[in-house]
Design a protein around this ligand. Structure first.
Ligand code: EPZ
Length: 417
């Protein structure tokens, strides 16, 4: 099991290139099931979750061809199965994104319930309610979702809670339903827009992507297409926070600053200097970081996937601040590990209180989930001495070569096999 070793205290400098977005690539890969012609996706990050999704699609009968430089071709000419098996879904809950496409294309789907994960119970009740509105008969038996729909019918769907993958599942199902579907209270994340860009390139008829009201007119068939996946906005935010907490000045390129408004505004409030270009950011860490409260919220607010990274930064900020996590019920697993490094952080329910700055000392740490792992690496950059982060497979799920990229920015970091 790989570990990452960081020797803290070195400011960052240089340039880093952002990879394609994991959370756009995953739904985009599932959307290819809606056509019987090849779909080519560029700028796919070669991270573990992508490999897992490729195995799910292959289990269904699609041909997945990884080319050089982050391009994959997926050809779902005919499907031989409608089941996403437990042993794959349990390692990656985003596998539930095959539900909508399978129902639309095959009229049936059998998908293992994803189960919870470190950050929360993560139910999919909203997905199932919405697909039932489109005419699917949904049954949950023996830990599996069994869904059947002779022909999906367009409907009006309203989500009680904003759900990113729930919105994605419904959009994909509605693309080949009979008639029109309107989704109210849809997720507005950029990943939704990316998925709809791909679906429109495949012949889908969708309006309102990126707004809370999305209208989809069902079509009889979708065809092949070529699409470049958007840059990863959370990876971008992670390197912004890394520079802020380690000190120094870096350039981040191949990114989309317009996807990060909530993060850029908040980091500027703390004193981080950020210059924006069309697809690049120049970041300079302030001498003094100002403690600044944050509350996570759906896009365009401050993303929950940046909460842990921001907490690492706030341990080095002057003053007291609160971080309130409104999306997931258990997303403070990184607090205990930060305290072991000397941080003054106390979590109480959905709010954490941070008093800074506190000198962090390197320690042996245990990663629990993808973004908590990133938080611990960032804290290691600011700590004195050596930090070892165990269970790096969490990191590898969503960050492409984070150790190499940080080393390229001057950090003293290496992966221990
Ligand atoms: C997506 O997860 C992302 N994953 C998550 O990123 C991200 O944290 C999350 O959206 C929020 O932005 C992918 O896109 C693959 P939700 P998702 O459905 O869709 C509740 C990462 O680190 N809910 O928007 O699963 C749910 O419990 C990952 O890359 C229901 O109650 O999140 C949560 O409290 C972590 N019932 C809230 O809604 C449902 O049917 C938002 O969840 C669905 C969701």
């Amino acid at each position: 099991m790989d570990r990452i070793r960081v020797l803290g205290g070195r400011p960052l400098e240089g340039t880093v290139r952002i990879s394609g977005a994991k959370n756009a690539s995953l739904p985009d890969m599932c959307a290819t099931l809606l056509a019987d012609e090849p779909v080519v996706l560029h700028n796919i990050p070669e991270v573990r979750d992508i490999c897992t999704m490729a195995r799910v699609l292959e289990a269904l009968g699609a041909a997945v061809d990884f080319r050089v430089g982050g391009t994959i071709e997926i050809h779902a000419r005919t499907l031989r199965s409608i089941e996403a098996p437990y042993d794959l879904v349990k390692t990656m809950r985003a596998s539930v994104l095959v539900l909508g496409p399978l129902l639309a294309r095959e009229g049936r789907a059998r998908v293992s319930l994803p189960g919870g994960c470190a950050i929360g119970a993560r139910p999919i009740n909203l997905h199932l309610q919405a697909l039932s509105k489109l005419g699917a008969e949904v049954d949950v038996q023996h830990g599996y979702v069994e869904a059947i729909a002779k022909r999906l019918q367009g409907a009006n769907v309203m989500f009680d809670t904003v759900t990113v993958t729930g919105t994605e599942n419904v959009i994909m199902a509605a693309c080949r339903a009979q008639g029109e579907t309107v989704i109210e209270n849809a997720a507005c994340e950029p990943e939704i827009v990316d998925l709809c860009d791909l679906l429109r390139a495949m012949g889908g008829e969708i309006d309102g992507a990126g707004t809370p009201r999305i209208r989809i007119r069902g079509v009889d068939r979708l065809h092949g297409a070529t699409h470049a996946v958007m840059p990863d906005r959370i990876e971008t935010g992670t390197y912004l926070a890394a520079c802020a907490v380690a000190g120094g000045e870096i350039e981040i390129y191949a990114c989309r600053p317009d996807h990060l408004r909530g993060v850029l505004d908040k980091l500027r409030e703390t004193g981080v200097r950020i210059e924006e270009g069309p697809d690049n950011l120049r970041v300079r860490a302030p001498r003094v970081i100002r403690a600044t409260d944050v509350t996570t919220s759906p896009f365009p607010g401050f993303p929950t996937d940046m909460q842990a990274q921001y907490m690492a930064l706030m341990t080095q900020a002057s003053g007291t601040c609160t971080i309130t996590e409104t999306i997931f019920e258990n997303r403070f697993m990184h607090v205990a590990e930060l305290r072991r490094m000397g941080a003054d952080v106390r979590a109480d329910g959905r709010t954490a209180l941070i008093v800074g700055p506190t000198p962090l000392s390197g320690a042996q740490l245990m990663a629990t989930d993808l973004r908590a792992s990133a938080c611990l690496v960032l804290a290691g950059l600011a700590a004195s001495g050596e930090t070892i982060v165990e269970r790096v497979y969490h990191l590898d799920r969503g960050y492409y070569r984070i150790d190499e990229k940080l080393r390229g920015l001057g950090a003293d970091i290496e992966r221990l096999k």
